[in-house]
Design a protein around this ligand. Structure first.
Ligand SMILES: Cc1cc2nc3c(=O)[nH]c(=O)nc-3n(C[C@H](O)[C@H](O)[C@H](O)COP(=O)(O)O)c2cc1C
Length: 325
């Protein structure tokens, strides 16, 4: 399949693995890239720029295909060493960066000067247009279904994607709720040039997370995610568990008075315990509604190959079959 996204990133299939905290290590990124998609290492999961440089080296040893690095810009009192992380990316020869969170404008010149292509993750048409206007090469449009931070507008992909297609000149991928060939064809129909998957890639053999996390995704249905931190305007879609129940109780009890400090036990520093140690009730972790469509733990290559085969069959047989001769 050839789309503006496969051409832009010089990949075989229009499938991207979005950055995921404590999931997007070299093993997963390399597996996705080797299978013809675009794998992404999560920059901030690496504690220092030196660690990121090392992770990039490890990934390069595992694949000779292009891969990217995710840089998430979050509001924080003591911001991470972003210039250091960017140096590690540039010096590591990485040519694709997925930015997310705050407007990446401040960091674009350093990336562009190094010939890096930037895809910015957006949850609205207005943010997508902003990304286009500041010089991003593509956007990843994240609908309300997505795992992680869906923003505060709550527009699902059936509306968001065609709206993005109406307004954008740069290519975009559909993100949020994507699981298989059906998702890919739907995304292309709605105007996207490919798809980005997060949650689905966690339930693969190569995802270097504890088996408990994969089993939790198999057990979950589309009804099992919750939105947390809405009162803080930092909404996150997570898998329901004991910590999330506690967090939501606090939100109800404290109402608009709630502060980040009130929920620190449920959200701060919980990812290593969940993803690496498999302590499934340690805190809130991002998970998309697409969990309801996850029924197995294939290898990344099996997942990508069957997605492409299914997409081709839908386009060539099912859809073509509806047309009268
Ligand atoms: C466990 C998990 C961690 C994530 N961490 C990040 C992150 O650190 N930075 C980021 O930009 N997006 C992050 N995301 C969002 C994904 O990159 C992607 O946009 C999202 O998962 C797409 O929705 P889906 O889960 O329905 O496929 C995370 C998602 C999950 C499920």
């Amino acid at each position: 399949m050839k789309t503006k996204i496969t051409e832009l990133f010089e990949i075989e299939h229009p499938i991207i693995q979005g950055g995921m905290h404590y999931v997007g290590f070299a093993e997963l990124a390399a597996a996705v890239s080797s299978a013809g998609g675009l794998g992404i290492i999560t920059g901030l999961t690496q504690r220092t720029p030196e660690d990121l440089a090392n992770e990039i080296r490890r990934c390069r040893e595992m694949t000779n295909r292009p891969f990217g690095v995710n840089l998430t810009f979050l509001p924080s009192v003591t911001p991470p060493d972003y210039p250091g992380y960017i140096r590690a990316i540039v010096e590591g020869g990485v040519k694709i960066v997925e930015t997310a969170g705050n407007n990446p404008q401040k960091w674009l010149p350093a990336l562009k000067e190094a010939g890096i292509k930037v895809i910015h993750k957006c949850t609205s048409v207005r943010h997508s247009l902003k990304a286009q206007s500041i010089g991003c090469d593509a956007v990843s449009v994240d609908g309300f279904e997505c795992g992680g931070h869906p923003g505060e507008d709550d527009v699902p992909n059936f509306i968001l994607l065609p709206r993005a297609a109406e307004e954008l000149a740069i290519p975009f991928v559909a993100s949020g709720g994507m699981a298989d060939g059906r998702s890919l064809v739907a995304a292309l129909s709605l105007g996207a040039d490919g798809m980005n998957m997060g949650t689905r890639f966690i339930a693969t053999q190569e995802a270097p997370v504890h088996d408990n996390v994969k089993q939790a995704l198999l057990a979950a249905t589309e009804l099992d995610t919750r939105l947390v931190m809405r009162p803080l305007r930092n909404t996150e879609r997570v898998l329901k568990n004991a910590a999330v129940d506690r967090l939501l109780d606090k939100e109800r009890a404290l109402g608009p008075k709630i502060k980040f400090e009130d929920i620190v036990p449920e959200v701060a520093g919980v990812y290593p315990r969940i993803m690496l140690k498999g302590e499934m009730d340690a805190g809130a972790w991002s998970c998309g509604m697409v969990a309801g469509l996850i029924h197995d733990i294939p290898t990344v290559k099996e997942l990508i190959d069957r997605t492409m085969a299914e997409a081709e069959a839908i386009i060539g047989k099912r859809l073509a079959g509806f047309m009268r001769a």
